[in-house]
Design a protein around this ligand. Structure first.
Ligand SMILES: NC(=O)c1ccc[n+]([C@@H]2O[C@H](COP(=O)([O-])OP(=O)(O)OC[C@H]3O[C@@H](n4cnc5c(N)ncnc54)[C@H](OP(=O)(O)O)[C@@H]3O)[C@@H](O)[C@H]2O)c1
Length: 244
């Protein structure tokens, strides 16, 4: 039995995790941690922690997990460079799965995006489009950032140097090296992502649309079960799914 703690349990993802966990044989939620609850007190009774609270809280969660030697699944997005640096330091102490998106479909999209970018080459203009519900706090989505990172990686570019976040005014012609990243917000959209490869005379579009948070929740629960058997290190969902 893998005993897990859910951090951010009252949130949209937290609720999906608690509900979906009941369908995972061999897994039990032993504590639901919300703002003001004592995670440290719950840790000794658990085998792993799943954090879907907020990026600013994840560093504290990760430090506590490292102190108690508990594997950690990180689902939060929107981390600052400092958050990222602090979390990555802990990979020597505990196994961590950190994924901007836990759905199998989106991880397939990651794989397809890399392949398409390799095949289509530098003649194609690259744009990433994402849409999420009106309550989403960070932009662009973690998944859109991951997609843009994959595209930049294939072209051996640094994303920070080539990312073009939205366009307004007399911006001039598109440069061949830029990677457009655009965020749309509205309604209750769980998460749509499209990668556009546009050339003169043809265009390829790869799209994933999530219509239920259960897909992320089930992926994160699967990651927790996989993680308890791993050595300390930093992993992503491609590792969990064996896509590397
Ligand atoms: N990786 C993926 O596959 C994936 C998929 C979907 C979403 N996400 C990410 O997961 C995160 C949560 O998304 P969501 O839509 O579930 O957000 P949400 O509905 O706002 O839920 C977040 C929950 O965490 C709680 N929380 C915030 N700070 C906390 C703290 N210091 N201690 C304990 N609890 C705290 C919030 O409580 P309050 O209401 O009191 O603030 C809320 O209950 C976001 O970063 C989102 O981008 C990732």
């Amino acid at each position: 039995m893998t005993r897990v703690i859910i951090v951010g349990a009252k949130g949209r993802m937290g609720q999906a995790l608690v509900k979906c966990a009941t369908q995972h044989p061999g897994l039990a939620v032993v504590a639901e941690i919300n703002r003001g609850d004592d995670l440290a007190a719950a840790l000794p009774g658990a085998d792993a922690v799943i954090d879907f609270s907020a990026h600013a809280h994840t560093v504290e969660v990760a430090r506590l997990c490292a102190k108690h030697k508990k594997p950690l699944v990180i689902g939060t997005t929107g981390h600052t460079d400092t958050d990222t640096f602090e979390i990555k330091k802990l990979k020597a102490k505990i196994p961590i799965v950190w994924a901007s998106n836990f759905s199998t479909g989106v991880n397939t999209l990651f794989w397809l995006t890399r392949k398409a970018a390799e095949i289509l080459g530098t003649d194609f203009d690259l744009e990433v489009l994402e849409m999420h519900h009106r309550q989403k706090k960070d932009a662009p989505s973690g998944t859109a950032k991951s997609l843009a990172e994959i595209l930049a990686g294939v072209r051996r570019q640094k994303l920070a140097e080539v990312a073009r976040h939205g366009r307004e005014g007399i911006v001039g012609a598109r440069t061949p090296s830029e990677i457009g990243v655009h965020s749309i917000r509205g309604g209750d959209v769980v998460g749509d992502h499209t990668v556009i490869f546009a050339n003169v005379g043809e265009r390829v579009e790869l799209t994933h649309k999530a219509s239920s948070r259960d897909t992320f929740a089930n992926g994160a629960l699967r990651a927790a079960r996989w993680l308890v058997k791993q050595k300390p290190g930093l992993y992503d969902m491609q590792d969990v799914l064996g896509l590397k």
